[in-house]
Design a binder for this molecule. Sequence first.
Ligand code: FES
Length: 197
Amino acid sequence: MEDGHMRCDDWLHCRCYKRRTILGLAVAPLLLAGPLRAAEEGEAAKPLAPDDRFAFLTGPKKGQVVRAEDLALGGPQVQAYPMAPDGTVRSDNRLNLVILARFDPAALTDETRARAADGVVAYSAICTHQGCPVNMWSKERNAFVCSCHASIFDPRNAAEVIDGPAPRPLAALGLKLKDGVVTVASTFSGHVGVTQG
Ligand code: FES
C-alpha cells in the first residue's frame, strides 16, 4: 500500500491476499447488516446522497476530502466514505464504502465516461459475490481485485466482471467535480453488494 492506494502487483501471492481472505469472510455479515441500521441512526449511517463529497479511508490523507488530483492517473483505486454537506463522514453504514480511480477519459467506455467526472470513476467497494471490500489492484490486468475469491472488475467498463465468481458488476456512481473536489452527482446504478434470495 502506498499513499493510501492499495497496490499488490503479484496479488494472488501477496500476503495481503491471504490475510484479506480471512478478514473479508469475517466482515461480510457486518456489511450486510448496514442498511438495517441506517434508518435508526444519524447522518453517519445514512446512504450516500447527491452533493456528498468523499473522505479518504486510509493513508496520509485519511479523513481528508478527495480531490481529482489526489488520484493517480491509471489507477490504483483508493477507498473512501462519502461525506455529507455538513462534514459528517457516512462511515457507520458499510455499504457506503466506495472505490475511486482516475483514468484518461478516452480510455473509458461511453457508459462509464457519462458517469465519470474528468476521468474519475466511482463504484461501490462491496463485492457482488460475498460482500468483501474490493480493496486490491492488479497492475497486470489494470483492474480492481476482490481479495476474498479473486473476482476482477474492469474500472473502465462499468466494473464489468472480467474474472472470478462475482455474478454482477459493482454498482456505479455518477460523479461531478466542484472546484476539483470529487462529488456525488447521482446515486448507485444498481443494488450494492450481494443480492439476497
Ligand atoms: S467476495 Fe468473493 S470474490 Fe469478492
